[in-house]
Design a protein around this ligand. Structure first.
Ligand SMILES: *[C@@H]1O[C@H](CO)[C@@H](O)[C@H](O)[C@H]1NC(C)=O
Ligand SMILES: *[C@@H]1O[C@H](CO)[C@@H](O)[C@H](O)[C@H]1NC(C)=O
Ligand SMILES: *[C@@H]1O[C@H](CO)[C@@H](O)[C@H](O)[C@H]1NC(C)=O
Ligand SMILES: *[C@@H]1O[C@H](CO)[C@@H](O)[C@H](O)[C@H]1NC(C)=O
Ligand SMILES: *[C@@H]1O[C@H](CO)[C@@H](O)[C@H](O)[C@H]1NC(C)=O
Ligand SMILES: *[C@@H]1O[C@H](CO)[C@@H](O)[C@H](O)[C@H]1NC(C)=O
Ligand SMILES: *[C@@H]1O[C@H](CO)[C@@H](O)[C@H](O)[C@H]1NC(C)=O
Ligand SMILES: *[C@@H]1O[C@H](CO)[C@@H](O)[C@H](O)[C@H]1NC(C)=O
Ligand SMILES: *[C@@H]1O[C@H](CO)[C@@H](O)[C@H](O)[C@H]1NC(C)=O
Ligand SMILES: *[C@@H]1O[C@H](CO)[C@@H](O)[C@H](O)[C@H]1NC(C)=O
Ligand SMILES: *[C@@H]1O[C@H](CO)[C@@H](O)[C@H](O)[C@H]1NC(C)=O
Length: 432
């Protein structure tokens, strides 16, 4: 999957299209308060969770996805899935699924004593692809169902999810079976399992690149303090926290490229943190403003938002991208995507041109694995915040952090596109 535009996309972005065009009835966005109990907060501060599972990496020329085990049914049937913070529903192949021959596991509802068929079919379109190339549109047919979900030793009876009954060829290369949404939705499958087991509703994610090692892991009900060691934890509140379902989005007050910024890059932006996107995705004007500070020779490749530059020139470029955020104490901190992420490898259709890490797509500003694999990340549903251990000596100051940018209001700018995404979320959720 390329996860140049990836799975979560799939689930979030693309099915807006039918939504907006044909399904106005779906515009029922639910807003509900996020549970934040003193009990859980207290547990969080002292908890060093021990419920972790290793994640495997799908590497195909470039880092693509990390995935791990989850089970559905009674007795449990096990599946490998991408834990996707950019969507909020779960999809796994049904037995007899058309086009799922390469997926190793399929759910057999006859073998589960707790299975309930909700009797609703639907089709969802995804932007996805494999290796180095722009994404294509692929689709899956889904059936809404309900059964027990188990992850590690946490179970949630009567969890709603989708069985994939048909998928198009683009998914065949995936080494995993399906996807489990970890978007901000307190009542979503995995989070509900934590809640029912009286655990803090939070998780920690370590996405280790293949070139670095194989200790990627997902920790549930807390975070792995043995991995969050790079520096003190800096937490930042997510935007629109009272709306569910929601994205894990933080306001970035500015972006710098090799220590330089520009007026457009100092515009505050909502950045969605998405483990289901392999690289970075920005709206076109941000994409081009960043590339213009790296090299004028980085140009669009094709019409699907990919960019590239002759491979012979890419290794001489420097592209340290720094994104400034504000923590809960009002201090700014930077998250950095280093130059090593710039080159995704040669395009299949043009091996002399190498794909660069940012795809452009109107209405989206997404920090995917190109950023997440450089930080331990903590996703705290109870407190509607994200945390990162930050080694201050790694930060740059190029981004205007000294200029008080952290005071900018994060209250507004609910863009049409953002709203559209939420509608997409709510739509799929409302099917089950
Ligand atoms: C995690 O739990 C296992 C078994 O419950 C225990 O053997 C191990 O020592 C624990 N590890 C930590 C770091 O607490
Ligand atoms: C799961 O295992 C962890 C570590 O062994 C333990 O702390 C936790 O209480 C267990 N959870 C349940 C629901 O049994
Ligand atoms: C995932 O489950 C399979 C059995 O279905 C098991 O063989 C494998 O070790 C598990 N992987 C992890 C990472 O727990
Ligand atoms: C369902 O049960 C049948 C009969 O026990 C077995 O052959 C089959 O492998 C099971 N399917 C799954 C997906 O576990
Ligand atoms: C790698 O990607 C290519 C397409 O780019 C695909 O044909 C191949 O099956 C993939 N290999 C693996 C191991 O997934
Ligand atoms: C949470 O999800 C369960 C099923 O997954 C559903 O039965 C329940 O009504 C949901 N609760 C809320 C508050 O949405
Ligand atoms: C739902 O999809 C299944 C195949 O997956 C099909 O057999 C069934 O007829 C469909 N039902 C409706 C109402 O379209
Ligand atoms: C912080 O970064 C500096 C410079 O790269 C490095 O020397 C130091 O070991 C790092 N500290 C930690 C705790 O990782
Ligand atoms: C900016 O934020 C700091 C603390 O984060 C606060 O002390 C200061 O008053 C704020 N300034 C303005 C103009 O809001
Ligand atoms: C960049 O493009 C977005 C639309 O994607 C637009 O809302 C925004 O105003 C543009 N910013 C600038 C500085 O032109
Ligand atoms: C960062 O800022 C400090 C003080 O504002 C300055 O002394 C230092 O040179 C700056 N470092 C870089 C890399 O710009």
């Amino acid at each position: 999957m390329v996860k140049r535009l990836q799975f979560s996309f799939l689930l979030t972005l693309i099915h807006l299209i039918p939504l907006i065009n044909a399904e106005p009835a779906i515009l029922k966005l639910k807003s509900q308060p996020v549970p934040r109990t003193a009990r859980r907060t207290a547990q969080f501060t002292k908890r060093q969770a021990n419920a972790s599972e290793p994640l495997l990496e799908y590497f195909n020329v470039t880092d693509l996805q990390w995935y791990g085990n989850i089970s559905f049914g009674t007795p449990p049937q096990t599946f490998t899935v991408v834990f996707d913070t950019g969507s909020t529903t779960a999809e796994i192949p049904a037995i007899g699924c058309q086009g799922c021959q390469n997926q190793l596991d399929a759910f057999d509802s006859k073998n589960s004593s707790t299975f309930v068929d909700l009797g609703v079919n639907n089709t969802v379109n995804f932007a996805t692809g494999v290796g180095v190339n722009p994404s294509d549109f692929e689709s899956v047919n889904l059936r809404a169902v309900r059964d027990t979900m188990t992850i590690l030793n946490f179970s949630a009876p009567q969890t709603n999810f989708f069985l994939i009954t048909k998928q198009t060829a683009g998914f065949a290369a995936d080494p995993f079976d399906g996807i489990v949404g970890m978007g901000f939705n307190p009542n979503q499958s995995v989070f509900r399992a934590l809640e029912l087991n009286n655990k803090p509703v939070m998780f920690g994610l370590q996405l280790t690149a293949k070139s670095v090692g194989d200790d990627a892991e997902l920790t549930l009900g807390g975070y792995d303090a043995s991995k969050a060691t790079a520096g003190p934890l800096r937490f930042s509140k997510i935007l629109h926290a009272n709306v569910t379902p929601n994205f894990w989005s933080l306001e970035s007050s500015s972006i710098a490229v090799n220590g330089k910024s520009s007026s457009i890059l100092k515009t505050p932006l909502e950045m969605v943190f998405d483990s289901g996107t392999s690289n970075l995705v920005f709206q076109q004007n941000i994409t081009e403003a960043i590339y213009s500070l790296i090299s004028p020779k980085i140009v669009p490749h094709g019409t699907l938002g990919a960019y590239g530059i002759p491979c012979s020139e890419i290794d001489s470029l420097t592209a340290d991208l720094s994104f400034t955020f504000t923590d809960t104490s009002g201090k700014t901190f930077d998250l950095i995507v280093p130059t090593s992420e710039l080159n995704l490898g040669p395009f299949h259709d043009d091996p002399n041109t190498c794909q660069t890490l940012i795809n452009s797509l109107e209405g989206f500003n997404i920090l995917g694995a190109s950023l997440l694999k450089h930080y331990y990340s903590i996703w705290d549903v109870d407190n509607a915040q994200m945390g990162f251990p930050i080694n201050a000596s790694l930060s740059t100051n190029s981004t205007g952090t000294q200029t008080g940018s952290g005071n900018k209001s994060s209250a507004v700018r609910l863009s049409v596109q953002w709203f559209g995404l939420l509608i997409g979320f709510a739509w799929l959720t409302s099917l089950i």
